[in-house]
Design a protein around this ligand. Structure first.
Ligand code: ADP
Length: 448
């Protein structure tokens, strides 16, 4: 800093000294004039350097940093170094960006970055292909404006991205996409789309196979079951061994029929062409019916209570929800020993409607909980068979929950009872009009 002032003030002081000396010989007026001329020349020289800097700043991309002498020379040299460093970093950033772009272009998945209002900020070529976008034209546009499939628009509107969306016939017929949205950073969303057409075809073949086999088995089973029942009920059947054998055969036939029914239900739920038929589901009314059915299934062995802490209805499918709710209630009855308590409730967690079944039954050890919704997964196979279980009940419940964008929560401990809850998103919550609501829709109704 000292060096700067020393060099900056050198010439003005030298002019001053020279002018003072001149004062002695040529007088005050001429000396002042001389000093002014020196200063003027000095200022003009600085202004020329400043002009060169201004010119360069106006077009810094094209021109080189100007040359200069003295103090300006030092400034320009430093500026030149900075500019070179900046250009080098810029080139490195551009190269890194190109590298990233090449890498994302090579990704076997479509990737797009969306802001919180679903405006496209960036997308890779595969995302362009999947959604029919043009990365030059469509940046800044809302993605739902360009990809208008109702399921996709609805999925985004739900703001519930824990499960991927399977989109059929997205851009062209026969194309199936699996779409996932991952929130990150400050209100940004990463959209990942995967072409699963091939997988979906194999999965459809598997589903069709299971559905067809189940369907084909149904008729012979019904016929054989009918004969077994007839034979069992024949008064001429004296032999107790034969009667017992027919009784056991009848039980197994019943189990096989239930298995086939559950497999057919699962196939129907899994069929992506079978879209959810939505309607207003009067959940409190439905639960009253299921509560009565539960009581007859329990046959007085349990205390079965119903608590309606909310009177809201749901946007969903009545048959599917009945199946899911009754599966959970019958499980609670089957896995709770005589004298136990079961509480079926309909309430709200914040603005999310929740159906839950709490029992004081045998409970489930923690290591089994993550696998309960797998097909045919049973904690204790012999107990499940005893109760007439097929091992498909919770898989059906999970599917129905997914189709309603709801989540199944399981809280349990061995010997501590269990709570199974289905948590629905707030967007499915419907308020019943006064005339729709029956008088027994009073919140906090507790029924024994
Ligand atoms: P299942 O037809 O065998 O009952 P599910 O799919 O309905 O098949 O249930 C899977 C397994 O989860 C059951 O075999 C049982 O071990 C366990 N389970 C389900 N509900 C309960 C419950 N309320 N209490 C204890 N265990 C349960």
């Amino acid at each position: 800093m000292f060096d700067f002032w020393r060099r900056a003030l050198f010439f003005p002081f030298a002019f001053l000294l020279f002018s003072l000396l001149a004062w002695i010989t040529v007088g005050a007026l001429a000396a002042t004039l001389l000093f002014s001329v020196f200063l003027l020349i000095y200022i003009v020289l600085h202004l020329r350097q400043l002009e060169a800097l201004d010119c360069w700043l106006a077009d810094s991309d094209k021109c080189m940093v100007p040359d200069g002498s003295g103090l300006w020379g030092d400034v320009f040299t430093r500026l030149n170094r900075m500019v070179r460093q900046h250009r080098k970093e810029h080139e490195q950033h551009v190269a890194a960006l190109q590298h990233m772009e090449q890498a994302t272009s090579a990704l076997p998945e479509g990737v797009a970055i969306l802001d919180e209002a679903y405006h496209i900020e960036w997308c890779n070529p595969l995302a362009e292909q999947h959604f029919g976008l043009d990365s030059k034209r469509d940046i800044g546009q809302q993605i739902t404006y360009l990809a208008r499939q109702p399921e996709f628009v609805k999925y985004l509107a739900m703001h519930e991205f824990s499960e991927p969306l399977i989109l059929n016939g997205a851009r062209q017929d026969g194309l199936t996409l699996s779409i996932k949205l991952i929130p990150y950073g400050a209100n940004k969303l990463l959209l990942i789309s995967r072409d699963i057409t091939h997988l979906e075809r194999i999965e459809t073949m598997r589903r069709d196979f299971v559905a067809n086999v189940s369907h084909e088995l149904r008729t012979p089973l019904t016929v054989v079951n009918g004969f077994v029942e007839t034979l069992h009920d024949m008064p001429s059947l004296e032999n107790s061994m034969a009667r017992r054998a027919l009784h056991l055969m009848g039980e197994q036939m019943y189990r096989m029929e239930r298995l086939v029914d559950d497999l057919l239900t699962l196939s129907k739920l899994e069929n992506t062409l079978n879209a959810l038929q939505e309607e207003t589901v009067d959940v409190p009314g439905l639960l009253r019916t299921l509560h009565q059915e539960g009581q007859s299934l329990s046959a007085g062995k349990h205390t079965l209570r119903l608590e309606l802490a909310s009177n809201c209805a749901l946007l969903g499918n009545t048959d599917e929800l009945r199946s899911a709710f009754s599966n959970l209630i019958s499980n609670a009855i089957h896995y709770t020993p005589q004298g136990g308590e079961i509480l079926v409730s309909w309430h709200e967690q914040g603005d999310q409607p929740v159906f839950s079944v709490q029992d004081s039954g045998i409970g489930i050890a923690p290591q089994h909980i993550p696998r309960l919704t797998e097909r045919f997964y049973r904690v204790d196979s012999s107990r499940s068979r005893e109760t007439g279980g097929t091992g498909l009940g919770l898989a059906i419940v999970k599917h129905i929950a997914n189709r309603h964008q709801a989540r199944l929560e399981i809280a349990s401990g061995e010997g501590e009872g269990s709570t199974f809850s289905i948590v629905f998103s707030a967007s499915r919550r419907l308020l019943l009009c006064a005339e729709d609501a029956t008088t027994d829709y009073m919140p906090k109704t507790d029924i024994q």
